[in-house]
Design a protein around this ligand. Structure first.
Ligand SMILES: [Zn+2]
Length: 145
């Protein structure tokens, strides 16, 4: 199995996508659990900006922040729903990033793309076009199928 075979994308607002790709954020908070078959995911930065925590810190950052582009590839180490219906964290996930009332997609081996690959985003897990996958794969030195 090659590295990018059947790897779907997930669209996130910034600064979250950027924080995962470049700043060590290893938990994606979602209202839903990933399919059990999911082991790897492309991180896509959408057009939107989330005005939640960390927003101000990054909105005025001089660091380039990509939008409407695939910015990273990450492994899904595991998913946690222990705090899904709680109003405070009840799991051992990193409290810097894990939010209560959410499922936690715990990411590992995040590989940021040197050159984010532009494309539009979608809801849920989605399949980028073959040319987009090829451009991602070229940066990772693997073949997309
Ligand atoms: Zn958790």
């Amino acid at each position: 199995m090659t590295y990018l075979t059947e790897v779907p994308a997930l669209t996130l607002k910034n600064p979250w996508a950027h924080l995962i790709a470049r700043r060590g954020k290893n938990i994606e908070n979602r209202s839903w659990m990933p399919p059990e078959s999911l082991t790897r995911v492309l991180i896509h930065a959408g057009k939107g900006w989330d005005d939640g925590p960390f927003a101000d810190e990054w909105r005025n950052s001089l660091e380039p922040i990509a939008t409407s582009a695939i910015v990273a590839v990450a492994d899904l180490a595991h998913a946690c729903n222990t705090s899904r219906h709680a109003d405070r964290l009840r799991c051992g996930c990193n409290p810097k990033w894990a939010q209560p009332g959410q499922c936690h997609w715990v990411l590992a081996d995040v590989r940021a793309l040197a050159e984010p690959v532009p494309c539009g985003g979608r809801q849920g897990l989605w399949r980028p076009a073959p040319d987009v996958m090829a451009r991602v794969a070229a940066q990772l030195g693997v073949v997309a199928r």
